[in-house]
Design a binder for this molecule. Structure first.
Ligand code: HEC
Length: 148
């Protein structure tokens, strides 16, 4: 075996390893993504929306059975990426506060957090993909926010 053959084998191995690793991320089960989303939620959202998702009356709106999440995760993706401010009503309560955008989270992290949120606290379920987050981030599409 000469040097270039060895080099070729090494290259093939590296390509295979990185391809296999990508496969692993994409193939993560719904349960694994939800569990990982819960951890990320606790780190990035629970300070305001609370660990139980119920928010704080008058300050932070609830994510439990939220009218924002009833139609799907689309509006929530733009809220997390772009933040939200101004008067809104959630589940019959009025809020007029500021949520900063958390666009420093990557697409997969936001997708996992929202998959966890959508499948918790009486929200309608579903799976949020990193591609959906990427599309909203890239397109500057603010989504359709429900009327207050
Ligand atoms: C610094 C506090 C803060 C953090 C951190 C925060 N939010 Fe918010 N969030 C708010 C506030 C305040 C509002 C309401 C803004 C308004 O009054 O216009 C809001 C609104 C929302 C809404 C729309 C209203 C509702 O209750 O459904 C969603 C969805 C949401 N946040 C999700 C998240 C998620 C997911 C995270 C973590 C990735 C997060 N937020 C992190 C403060 C926060």
């Amino acid at each position: 075996m000469n040097f270039s053959t060895v080099l070729l084998f090494a290259l093939a191995l590296v390509i295979c390893l990185s391809a296999c690793r990508k496969e692993e991320t994409a193939g993560k089960s719904h349960e694994e993504r939800t569990a990982s989303g819960e951890k990320l939620y606790m780190a990035h959202c629970a300070a305001c929306h609370q660990a139980n998702g119920q928010g704080l009356a008058g300050a932070f709106p609830p994510l439990t059975g939220s009218s924002y999440l009833a139609e799907g995760a689309g509006p929530a993706i733009s809220v997390v990426l772009n933040g939200l401010s101004g008067p809104i009503a959630v589940n019959g309560e009025n809020y007029n506060a500021v949520m900063p955008g958390l666009s420093y989270l990557n697409d997969e992290e936001i997708a996992k957090i929202l998959t966890f949120v959508m499948n918790s606290w009486g929200n309608p379920g579903g799976e949020v993909s990193p591609a959906e987050v990427a599309a909203t981030r890239g397109g500057g599409d603010l989504g359709e926010l429900p009327d207050p």
